[in-house]
Design a protein around this ligand. Structure first.
Ligand SMILES: *Cc1c(COP(=O)(O)O)cnc(C)c1O
Length: 489
């Protein structure tokens, strides 16, 4: 299968690229990104065939349907990373929480957040491609908390890949920071920045765009790639768990095969939601995809009004920080799919230049035929966490935003799959506050308070962090990043 560009072709780049090329250099003409030229059609027969399949068997079949230009053995090695999840036989448990609401738990990987679902296998694929081609890659990542640990974990000691990961010093939770600064592998560099996440992200973007930086990397025989959520190599792994979760509902007797469901997704960069959209287009019976936001509700506004508006809209810090995002990169792939490359280029350029675009009434109707959206503020999220806990279910603040969309945006009494994107251990001060009223607890105290209230234990990978040696001690001003990265190479 070939990949083409969301904003059309500029004549100097190839008009089509292979899967591996789209992974290794994910940026395309006019600042666009790559999309599959067409999607495989799977349909009900495929689902029926895989009713009894384990996660890896299903995943292999979905990947092969995309006909990627990577060896079947490489696919198997990538999928073997799911053996490192809590339950290798079922890396993504789906749990009934109440009434029509089922939670698909995407956080049972090594870093306890859903970024592992895609980054674990993606790390294997990228490293294998680099080795095959005899190339060395530098992955630059900027993180507000979850992507950094997941990217570091997946590339730890992987051949032909090095990672430099930027995080805002003081801007992540203790657990997230410890997950990064205790990494000791020689191919990983973690850099704290004096500043906030935007500073880290902007520093990263200017390095990615700098010809001089690329030239210096080339002198060191190193190419630049990215592991951010626009990389299709991540998206492809995010189609699979939507199919799996649906099949789980069938296996549990909640629905007959063929009955429609709602997918309810806590959204930031829209990778998770895009995976659901592709699954729907490939034949998964989905009534609608519900998009949950926090107070950074730019997606809620887009889907409800057709306006994407970044004017006079600073990022608001919330208790679901992985969703504190205003420029949601993967929306571009939806625009391309619905309205074509020419219109996507026009809209995205307008967003870059004027910080705003507006869909026509007809375009909005097409968007609303697929998506519905609502936003959930911190107080509402806290109430959902409390309410779920009283019913015996412990969840994180990102997952909680989906409970609002579940209540407000369903117009049919169909089963709903809420995607849970982080374990309670990753955002413990917020959850401790909801459960015990404690304010401003340190992570270690909050973890213990929650474990006690929930009569559970702190999972070993998290508990062990507090005793690990801190190996990554670099904290610098953003002007020094380039020098620091080059020195690392
Ligand atoms: C990354 C992340 C999200 C947002 O997912 P997108 O695919 O970017 O929309 C939500 N919750 C958590 C915990 C995350 O780490």
């Amino acid at each position: 299968m070939n990949f083409i560009e969301t904003r059309g072709n500029d004549g100097s780049r190839p008009a089509k690229v292979s899967f591996s090329e789209a992974i290794l250099s994910p940026m395309s003409s006019f600042g666009g990104i790559y999309v599959p030229e067409s999607l495989p059609e799977l349909g009900l027969d495929f689902l029926n065939e895989h009713l009894a399949s384990g996660y890896k068997t299903l995943a292999r079949a979905v990947l092969i349907a995309f006909q990627p230009d990577i060896a079947p053995e490489a696919i198997d090695r990538a999928l073997a990373t799911y053996d490192g999840f809590d339950d290798p036989a079922n890396p993504v448990p789906v749990v009934k929480v109440r009434d029509d609401l089922y939670v698909s738990e995407l956080y049972h990987g090594p870093t306890r957040a859903f970024k592992d679902m895609a980054l674990q296998p993606f790390g294997v694929v990228l490293s294998e491609l680099a080795q095959q081609r005899g190339e060395n890659y530098l992955i630059l990542a900027a993180t507000s908390g979850d992507t950094g640990p997941a990217a570091l974990d997946t590339f730890r000691n992987k051949a032909n890949v090095r990672v430099a990961c930027l995080y805002p010093d003081g801007g992540t939770s203790d657990v997230q920071r410890l997950q990064m600064v205790t990494e000791a592998a020689p191919n990983l560099k973690v850099i704290g920045i004096h500043g906030d996440f935007d500073d880290a992200q902007n520093a990263l973007k200017s390095l990615l765009a700098s010809d001089r930086f690329r030239a210096k990397l080339k002198e060191k025989n190193c190419l630049l790639s990215a592991a951010n959520s626009v990389n299709f190599g991540r998206i492809i792994f995010q189609v699979i768990y939507h199919l799996h979760s649906y099949l789980e509902l069938v296996r549990q007797g909640a629905i007959p095969l063929g009955e429609k469901v709602y997918l309810d997704v806590p959204s930031g960069n829209f990778g998770n939601a895009l995976g659901g959209y592709y699954a729907m287009k490939m034949g998964l019976p989905v009534e609608k995809i519900l998009i949950a936001s926090n107070r950074n509700n730019v997606l809620t506004d887009l889907i409800n009004t057709g306006k994407y508006n970044l004017r006079d809209r600073p990022v608001i810090g919330t208790t679901s920080p992985a969703m504190d995002i205003l420029k949601s990169s993967n929306v571009e792939r939806i625009l391309w799919d619905l309205f074509g490359a020419e219109r996507t280029k026009e809209l995205m350029q307008q967003l870059d230049e004027e910080k705003h675009y507006e869909l026509t009434a007809e375009e909005l109707a097409r968007l609303q035929a697929i998506f519905a959206a609502d936003s959930c503020d911190d107080a509402e999220g806290k109430a959902y966490i409390q309410q779920a806990f009283e019913n015996g279910y412990l969840m994180d603040p990102h997952t909680a935003t989906c409970f609002k969309t579940y209540e407000t945006r369903r117009d049919k009494p169909l089963k709903t799959i809420v995607y849970s994107t982080a374990e309670w251990t990753k955002f413990s001060p917020t959850i401790a506050n909801a459960l015990t009223g404690e304010v401003g607890a340190r992570d270690i105290d909050a973890l213990q308070a929650i474990a006690k209230a929930a009569k559970t234990t702190i999972p070993a990978p998290i508990a062990g962090l507090f005793d690990k040696a801190i190996t990554q001690k670099t904290v610098i001003d953003k002007e020094q990043i380039e020098q620091e990265v080059l020195a690392f190479l």
